[in-house]
Each structure stands twice: as structure tokens, then as C-alpha cells.
Design a protein around this ligand. Structure first.
Ligand code: EPZ
Length: 436
């Protein structure tokens, strides 16, 4: 077996590293671990820099493949960036020009669609590849398009591209989303901030990452009322200017680290988090029998001997997040009883089920609901990651499975977690990254 791969070298090589993560289960995690900056706040904020010329300084930026992909996308528009340190990014848009967001990049990361609103607002036209599907099914963009049309844009779909035009500039309008959409809310918000007149967005997503985007836009000179609420009112302004910002903590990484404590009967404090962003998730950890201690910036979880079963239903924020669904499926796979998990956001986000079953989990899926009978124990096996949060779920299950679990295709994990295996190892897990 080759020596442990130098991930930084692999990232520099830029290959889709076929690393694996090997875990010897059975260790209880103990100690303190820091949570990184939010991937899902960083991505729209990086797109927002396209709105104004100048230099931006972003801190607490996570070092992740999706962030690297977004920076590469910005590079297509002449935007340059440097990292004075691992988690700081200086962005320069003074040489920016309009260009097409190409399929080869957009297909690797759906969030690339966030450049659509800013490009249209800045240049009066934008051409962005349709994102295509993802591991668990189609990912429509109809709400993004309807939102931009409500601001006066003409939007065509041709040859797999979204072609949006607003030659006379965007004008304020009213958008009432029938489905709460994080991405569509972000895109429309970025398009509306310099539209002529007032824009009202009803049933806007209230995720903390959208609040962070709205706060960043306000720092750039935008006028937005109702931040944090489902009704946003935007008063268009003529000019925006660069701003600096610190990324909010990544609530999903925090939830994943706490789930690692919960599934191993451990005692872990996660720092540099905002507990207020984790309300529904913390409630569910308490339903599982965990005891929690909260401060303004940390959560400590003391796990029960064995998790209690429960009913989970994913909802838009502040409900239980779909991005924690897979991780809780791993946790409930060893609960003392029968649980159900219904995903109302993505009805088919269950590609992790078959892999968890290889570890001995007793899960049956009907429609958008998984029925889980908690097993006394899981047994280690080779499994394959299929998407970002599924990767995390398999690692969590490996922490508690008897023997060795080998998770392959961890490039999915690297999209949204920074050195997760190192953080878990520091808490006592027997886990390491290897190249097969
Ligand atoms: C964001 O994706 C997140 N990604 C996802 O996290 C997260 O799962 C999702 O929001 C839901 O919370 C980023 O923030 C980069 P949506 P997004 O638009 O914006 C439907 C992760 O693990 N919909 O809120 O693409 C859609 O099919 C990722 O970090 C339409 O019908 O999600 C879904 O059922 C995975 N038409 C629902 O809305 C549209 O035009 C919510 O999707 C757009 C969405």
C-alpha cells in the first residue's frame, strides 16, 4: 500500500483523487474540535463579487474543492484571487469582463448557477450552462428563471445553456416562490440589488447562508429589508462597491462533527459555531438521548450509550436540514428501535442507503421516506461514496462499525469538508486517508 497521500499535492495536481478513507470502528470520540467557515455561504458571496469592481477580502473561507471550483469559474470572467493564508481570500474584479459559464465547470458544481444573477445585473446579458443533474436526481432551475423574468429579463434555453437578456437593465418586480429555494432566492437577490425600483421576494429562503449573502450585499451598498425573514424587500441602487466579510460557521459541518460524537457514545465540544443556526438539529440530538451544553460559539455533546429512535422530517430552515439527512440515517442505523426519515426537499436523496446496508444497516425506502430498524451493531466493509453528505454518512457509520470500513471516491467528501478525517482522528478516531 502506498504511503498516505499528500492531499495538498493531489489537490495541486487537480486530479479527481481516487483517495479512500479507512476507518477502524469502535472508538468513542472525545475532545474539542473547531468548525470551519460555511461552504454554502461562501459560494454565493463569491458570485456576488461580480456585481462591483474592486478588491474584496474574505476571511474564514473554507479550503474546499467547491470553493476552488467557484474561484476557477470566476477566473473565466477575469477575476483573480489569492490566498494570503489558508482561510483568507483576496479577490480582485478590476479586470472583470463578461463571459460564458461553461458546461465543463457548471456540471461539476450546481452552485455555479449563482453567477447568473450577477452577470445579468452587471452586463445586461448572461450565458450559463444548465447544471444538469446530481447523484440523486434532477436539479431544476425553473425558479431561478421565473425569478429573473419577474425582473424583466428574457430567458431562453438553447443548446443546454441559460441565455438571459435585459438590454435595458433589470427593473424591480414581485416574485412569490411556490417552493422555498436557497439558490433561486440568492440569484434573484443578487439580480435585484441594482434593478430599477423595488423588488419583493415572497417565500424567500431563510437559510443562514442567504442571510449572510444579504448582509454581504448590504455591506456592498445594497438596500435590503427583511433579512432573515421569508419576505425580502429590495430597493435598487445605482452603484455597489466591494466589501470585506468573514464567512459564517458551517452549520452542516458542525452537525456532522456532533453526529460523530453521538454515534460513537462520545463527548465532544465543537467550537467556532453558531448554535442558533443548529436549532432543529440540536433538538434531534436531544431526542436521541444526548445531553448538550451551548455557549455563544460552541456546542458540547455528551452521547448516550446508544441513540434513541425518532421520526425525522426535513424542512426548509429553520426546520431540520436535508443536508443532515444522510448523517442522521447513519446515526439511527444503530438506534435502539425503529425510526423514520422523510426528505421533503429532495424525495430521492437516498443513494447512501444501499451503502449503509452493506455495513449491516436495516433500512427500507418507500417514496421519500426511509424506515430504519436500529441494529445492535454494524460491520465494516468497503463502501462507495456517491455524493457529499452520503460520504459523511458512510464515515460516521464506519466510526461505529466493527472492523475496517473503506470509503472510496472521497472526492465527493472533499467538495464540502475540509480535512474531516484529520478532525476526527484528533478526537480519537482510528481513521486515515490513503491512495489505493
Ligand atoms: C442548496 O442547494 C444547498 N447548496 C444544498 O446543499 C441544499 O441541500 C439545498 O440548498 C436545500 O437546502 C448550496 O447552498 C450550494 P434549493 P439549492 O434550490 O439551492 C427545488 C450540500 O450538501 N427547486 O433550495 O440547489 C429543488 O429541486 C448541498 O451542501 C426547484 O424546483 O437547493 C429542491 O426540491 C446539497 N426549482 C428544492 O427546490 C428550482 O429552480 C430546494 O432546492 C430550484 C430548486
Amino acid at each position: 500500500m502506498k504511503p498516505e497521500l499528500d492531499l495538498e499535492r493531489a489537490k495541486k495536481v487537480g486530479t479527481k483523487t481516487m483517495d479512500e478513507i479507512w476507518i477502524q470502528g469502535g472508538r468513542s470520540l472525545k475532545g474539542t474540535v473547531s468548525c470551519g467557515g460555511s461552504k454554502n455561504a461562501t459560494l454565493p458571496i463569491l458570485a456576488a463579487v461580480l456585481l462591483a469592481e474592486g478588491r474584496y477580502r474574505l476571511t474564514n473561507v473554507p479550503h474546499l474543492m467547491d470553493v476552488t471550483t467557484m474561484v476557477k469559474m470566476l477566473g473565466r470572467f477575469g477575476v483573480t484571487s489569492e490566498r494570503p493564508d489558508t482561510h483568507t481570500m483576496v479577490i480582485d474584479t478590476r479586470q472583470q469582463q463578461n463571459a460564458e459559464a461553461p458546461y465543463d465547470l457548471v456540471k461539476t458544481m450546481r452552485a455555479s448557477i449563482y453567477v447568473l444573477g450577477p452577470l445579468l445585473a452587471r452586463y445586461g446579458e448572461a450565458r450559463v450552462s444548465l447544471p444538469g443533474g446530481c447523484a440523486w436526481g434532477p436539479r431544476p432551475v425553473d425558479l431561478h428563471i421565473k425569478g429573473l423574468e419577474a425582473l424583466g429579463a428574457r430567458v431562453d434555453i438553447d443548446h443546454g445553456y441559460i441565455a438571459a437578456y435585459a438590454p435595458d437593465g433589470l427593473r424591480g418586480g414581485t416574485i412569490s416562490f411556490d417552493v422555498s429555494s436557497v439558490g433561486a432566492t440568492g440569484n434573484v437577490l443578487m439580480a435585484a440589488v441594482t434593478a430599477a425600483g423595488e423588488t419583493v421576494i415572497e417565500n424567500a429562503a431563510c437559510e443562514p447562508e442567504i442571510d449572510a449573502l444579504a448582509t454581504f450585499l448590504t455591506a456592498m451598498g445594497a438596500r435590503i429589508e427583511g433579512i432573515g425573514q421569508a419576505r425580502l424587500v429590495v430597493h435598487g441602487v445605482h452603484d455597489l462597491h466591494p466589501a470585506d466579510a468573514a464567512m459564517i460557521p458551517d452549520r452542516i459541518e458542525a452537525g456532522t462533527l456532533l453526529a460523530a460524537a453521538a454515534i460513537t457514545g462520545g463527548d465532544v465540544e465543537v467550537t467556532d459555531v453558531n448554535p442558533a443556526h443548529l436549532g432543529a438539529v440540536l433538538t434531534k440530538f436531544e431526542s436521541a438521548g444526548a445531553s448538550l451544553e451551548r455557549s455563544d460559539t460552541s456546542v458540547r455533546l455528551r452521547a448516550p450509550e446508544r441513540p434513541l429512535p425518532m421520526k425525522v422530517i426535513t424542512q426548509p430552515y429553520p426546520g431540520f436540514p436535508t443536508d443532515m439527512q444522510a448523517q442522521f440515517m447513519a446515526l439511527l442505523s444503530v438506534a435502539d428501535g425503529a425510526s423514520t426519515i422523510a426528505d421533503t426537499i429532495y424525495h430521492d436523496r437516498f443513494t447512501h442507503v444501499a451503502e449503509l446496508q452493506r455495513l449491516g444497516a436495516d433500512i427500507r425506502v418507500e417514496g421519500n421516506t426511509a424506515f430504519i430498524r436500529g441494529a445492535e451493531s454494524l460491520s465494516g466493509a468497503p463502501v462507495m461514496a456517491t455524493d457529499l453528505r452520503a460520504s459523511a454518512a458512510l464515515i460516521l457509520a464506519g466510526l461505529v462499525a466493527g472492523g475496517e470500513t473503506r470509503v472510496s471516491r472521497v472526492y465527493h467528501l472533499d467538495r464540502g469538508y475540509e480535512r474531516l478525517e484529520a478532525k476526527l482522528a484528533a478526537l480519537g478516531a482510528s481513521i486515515r486517508r490513503v491512495r489505493p
